[in-house]
Design a protein around this ligand. Sequence first.
Ligand SMILES: Cc1cc2nc3c(=O)[nH]c(=O)nc-3n(C[C@H](O)[C@H](O)[C@H](O)COP(=O)(O)O)c2cc1C
Length: 211
Amino acid sequence: MTNAIAVNNPVVETILSRRATKYYDPTVTLSDDQIRELVRIGTTAPTSFHLQNWRFIAVRSPEAKARLHPIAWSQPAITDAAVTFIVVGQLADSSVIPDRLAPVVEAGIMPERLVPEWENPARDLYMEYPQRQRDEAVRTATFGAAAMIYVARSWGLGSTPMIGFDDKAVHLEFGLAEDEVPVMLLSVGAERPGNWRQKPRRPVADVLDFV
Ligand SMILES: Cc1cc2nc3c(=O)[nH]c(=O)nc-3n(C[C@H](O)[C@H](O)[C@H](O)COP(=O)(O)O)c2cc1C
């Protein structure tokens, strides 16, 4: 283990300088390719058993924003940010694992014989446990959203994770499947002046236990 803690590297700087954006420049848009790239990089985040049980709905047209705005507490980020993702988590389902691992086998990373060694424990973990399936959907979507937040920041963009929305209405309006949970909204776009800087956090001593 190294004792060197590099405080000033660009990754740390990105993490430290992010804040939840309130004010966006509504004139700045993102291309579909930029949105795709944001999701591509974000989805390199880890997921349990490599389930990748997430989906992202990029609400970026004026028409789609108008559908989301009233069911998201009319938060201005929905209309002003270039895009608001509905970050969807899918209930953990071990039967998708062979499919999800096929490219891993194909890439020569994992031997095929190990696939059941991932699928079987995952079945035991989730199959009979709906709460756990849902917890995993929320964990997965949150990891994905977090990665996208920091990618956005590294591109000089602001972001806002949001729980202020009517989950049932979003589910219905955007045609989510029965096994899908709208975990959070995530707005991304160019900031305009007036945003607060990152707020101070609770002291590490209050949140960290060494054992
Ligand atoms: C799960 C979650 C839900 C949030 N929901 C909202 C929201 O609905 N509207 C909003 O303006 N900010 C929302 N926020 C942003 C928080 O208020 C913000 O991250 C917190 O005040 C800390 O601010 P900072 O990250 O800029 O330091 C949410 C953040 C998280 C992680």
